[in-house]
Design a protein around this ligand. Structure first.
Ligand code: PNW
Length: 478
């Protein structure tokens, strides 16, 4: 295979999220979020890890902007901690918190890097959760007010405004399986959260456009799931795929891009709810035209219709939880995958990314796309060579290489994919897995908080600065 080139305006970036990197949890007037509460609750995160300090980005952001600049990236995707800029989630805003993000944005612009902002990456102000969180419709309105204020403060300095990151995780892992904050395990609550998140997105897009006009580029980032039927010729297995596809993908794509919830979703979940929390006019609010749809992609899942005999398999990484993210889907089982796997136990299948992008284009031909997260956790080792610390993360380089190539294959088929963001810029607080799983292209030493470029960072710099993906057999970092 020969090298593959990308157009000069293709956006190469890297991504992070506030709670995963910032630390400074009680500094600068920040209020508590559900992830502070959750991570401080015994048994919720591996080793009891919390984001109290994380990568200390709150104090080291200037150094981090230098790394982004030196990597030659065109864009940086970060999220705003809602409770840092509005401690209670409604009412008073916190000028010191707003200044933190305003300075960060100015720093990025001075470095020639486009800021791609996410308004919500899971850290809901605790006060809002105390009032019901995403099960409460009022949270959507509070989110729209917060979005409006951010548009007023950061204005035209932001390249892309992303409302939500992965509402699937918020709704189903936060309120269904309970492995994420706030740790609730109630099927009805999960579906209410789905709708109120969709509503929050639509209301926020309208507020941002009202403040900034049509020049504002708006977006939502979804973690769309690629489901493979165990037996592609089995009607039952194809039905299983349709059922989880409705819950995971079309529950968001439907309202956001088509202005309707899929009929089969409403039917399949009738034992849980009649969806009467969807009010007249909501879908018109939700279905705002989007400048770009953000897609996060890591892995694929294999599913099968469960006949009811023996024990149902649940090899999707959620089997140890008290609840399930797969609401009203007891007749679907998740089968183990062939591998190879990342340190998360996630199956590595780059072709899934090509398939996903092509199928989105087939369903929504005029919708521009961007891959807003892709990356992998592996067990990294630090070695000292000639007095310099190095991480030869060959598996991560090859993961990134093969997925960028898969993205290129979708572009070859005419899919309008405009950018790629590696997850993550830095090793960070990997939610329920704490600091144990490292996704960074830059290593963070959690004792000294020192940053070390892994080989993948050197490799990514070359890609971002040359717009050329080296051939498969050439994944050398230099
Ligand atoms: C995404 N799942 O999370 C998030 O956007 C990041 O904050 C996170 O660090 C990254 O991917 C790696 O995990 C996910 O269980 C978490 O299917 C869990 C799942 C998917 C995405």
């Amino acid at each position: 295979m020969s090298a593959r080139s990308f157009p000069s305006d293709f956006l190469w970036g890297s991504a992070t999220a506030s709670y995963q990197i910032e630390g400074g949890a009680t500094e600068g007037g920040r209020g508590p979020s559900i992830w502070d509460t959750f991570s401080h609750t015994p048994g919720k995160t591996l080793n009891g890890d919390t984001g109290d300090v994380a990568d200390d980005h709150f104090h080291r952001w200037q150094e981090d902007v230098e790394h982004i600049k030196n990597l030659g990236l065109g864009a940086y995707r970060f999220s705003i901690s809602w409770s840092r800029v509005q401690p209670g989630g409604s009412g008073e805003f916190n000028p010191e918190g707003i200044r933190f993000y305003s300075d960060l944005v100015d720093g990025l612009l001075a470095a020639g890097v486009k800021p791609v902002v996410t308004l919500y990456h899971w850290d809901l102000p605790q006060e809002l959760e105390d009032a019901g969180g995403w099960t409460n419709r009022e949270t959507a309105h509070a989110f729209a007010r917060y979005a409006r204020r951010m548009a007023e403060e950061l204005g035209d300095r932001i390249d892309v405004w992303t409302t939500l990151n992965e509402p699937w995780c918020t709704a189903y892992l936060g309120y269904g399986s309970g492995v994420h904050a706030p740790g609730r395990t109630e099927p009805l609550a999960a579906l209410q959260a789905v709708h109120h998140l969709n509503l929050a997105h639509g209301l926020a897009v309208q507020q941002i456009r009202e403040v900034l006009g049509d020049s504002a580029k708006t977006s939502i980032t979804l973690n769309l799931h690629v489901f493979r039927p165990d037996d592609p010729s089995s009607e039952a297995d194809l039905g299983a795929v349709r059922k989880v596809d409705a819950l995971a993908n079309r529950a968001f794509l439907g309202p956001v891009l088509e202005g309707a919830y899929p009929a089969d979703l409403l039917e399949n979940t009738a034992s849980v709810t009649d969806w009467s929390f969807v009010q007249d006019g909501d879908l018109e609010h939700i279905a705002q035209p989007l400048d770009v749809l953000g897609v996060n992609y890591y892995s694929t899942a294999r599913v099968k219709h469960f006949s009811g005999e023996g024990e149902r398999q649940q090899a999707d990484g959620h089997k140890n939880s008290a609840g399930t993210p797969w609401i009203a889907a007891d007749d679907v089982e998740f089968l183990p995958q062939p591998g190879p796997y990342t340190a998360m136990g996630w199956n590595i299948e780059p072709a899934g990314l090509t398939d996903l992008l092509v199928s989105l284009r087939d369903s929504y031909p005029d919708q521009p796309l961007m891959v807003t997260e892709n990356g992998a956790a592996f067990e990294d080792t630090v070695v000292t060579e000639d007095g310099v610390a190095r991480v030869h993360d060959v598996e991560r380089v090859s993961y990134l290489h093969d997925h960028v190539d898969a993205l290129g294959q979708a572009r070859d088929k005419g899919v309008d994919v405009r950018g790629y963001f590696a997850w993550s810029l830095l090793d960070n607080f990997e939610w329920a897995y704490g600091y144990d799983r490292r996704f960074g292209i830059i290593r963070v030493d959690y004792e000294t908080l020192e940053r070390i470029w892994k080989d993948s960072a050197h490799w990514y710099r070359r890609l971002a600065t040359t717009n050329t993906l080296p051939a498969t057999d050439d994944v050398s970092p230099a």
